[in-house]
Design a binder for this molecule. Structure first.
Ligand code: MLT
Length: 326
């Protein structure tokens, strides 16, 4: 109860009254901070930096990326939820905004009503990967190894609430075998240990794995989309590889604190739509196995509708898996 009162007080102090109309009209008049709730060098950071660079040009102000990792992305989300709703502290996050409300029973912020939406950015496929040298050359052999080794294998993720956590949860549910999980502040640092062989398995986004797979630094066993990726044409889908129905894509969106004026969210959405049409960004996303969402989805209303439906979608799946953060 104390935490909730603290969050309410913080939110009230952060609001300190509605933003004057003049400030809204002149927005943005100084650099913007985009919080990435995972460590630098990971997939969320990659999407954020590519998008923020082009948005900043349209806005005429620099968007500074600030990595606030930890607790599956909830520390970074809290930073934005409790910030002043003036458009100068924004959040780039992903599917974790859909799973956090079911995964966490106590948070310092309102995971459902603590944000305004700006727009969706991209939906990134995931790849099931293992360290080179693991005795599993395909997904069927990994499933057999997980069942034979019981808790003996370890799976890296970025904490409860991360996309890598969700994908790992779905894998363990599909295989009906728990493994030991090793949490990191992001899958950027986790990738270093997968390449180094100190962790065995990681389910992570193509924006972080594609180049490592091509370089032969890690071994990919499947992609979690209904069809194969042009960026990784030889990689079978999970369905082809023996796990039908195993599909998860990591949608990303931009948020502002609850109470941020609609005029500011709309201005940010217009800059986002410009970014998602940028030829260099589109080409780089394609190299990394993903693509921008269509322009009609990069709006506050479309994002909010999609996000709220995702919260409803994941709640029963997470409850059935029985894994929560206390
Ligand atoms: C990251 O950016 O580190 C990842 O998105 C973490 C995750 O969600 O797995």
């Amino acid at each position: 109860m104390f935490r909730r009162r603290l969050a309410t007080l913080a939110a009230a102090l952060a609001v300190a009254g509605p933003l004057p109309a003049l400030a809204q009209a002149q927005y943005p008049s100084r650099p913007i901070s985009m919080i990435v709730p995972f460590a630098a060098g990971g997939p969320t950071d990659t999407v954020a930096r590519l998008t923020a660079e082009v948005m900043g040009r349209d806005l005429g102000q620099t968007i500074v990326i600030e990595n606030v990792g930890g607790a599956g992305g909830t520390l970074g989300a809290a930073r934005v939820a409790l910030a002043r709703p003036d458009g100068y502290t924004i959040l780039m996050h992903h599917i974790g905004m859909g799973t956090t409300p079911a995964l966490y029973r106590r948070l310092s912020y309102d995971a459902v009503n603590g944000f305004e939406t700006v727009g969706l950015v991209t939906e990134v496929p995931m790849t099931i990967t293992v360290k080179n040298g693991l005795a599993a050359r395909n997904l069927s052999e990994l499933v057999a190894l997980m069942r034979s080794q019981k808790e003996g294998l370890n799976l890296a993720n970025a904490g409860i609430g991360a996309a890598s956590h969700l994908c790992g949860l779905l894998l363990q549910t599909a295989v009906q075998q728990q493994v030991t999980t090793v949490p990191y502040r992001g899958t950027g640092p986790a990738m270093t240990d997968l390449i180094g062989g100190t962790v065995d398995i990681m389910c992570d986004q193509t924006t972080n794995t594609t180049e490592q797979i091509r370089a032969g630094s890690i071994r990919a066993l499947a992609v979690t989309t209904p069809t194969r990726l042009a960026a990784l044409p030889d990689l079978p889908t999970a369905a082809e590889a023996g796990l039908p129905g195993f599909e998860v894509s990591v949608w990303h969106g931009i948020y502002t604190p609850r109470g941020t004026p609609a005029a500011i969210n709309d201005r940010l959405s217009r800059a986002l739509q410009v970014a998602l049409r940028d030829e260099r960004l589109v080409a780089r996303f394609a190299e990394l196995g993903t693509a921008p969402v269509s322009q009609d989805r990069a709006t506050p209303a479309a994002h909010r509708e999609f996000w709220q439906a995702d919260i409803t979608k994941w709640r029963p799946i997470i409850q059935a898996a029985g894994q929560y953060a206390d």
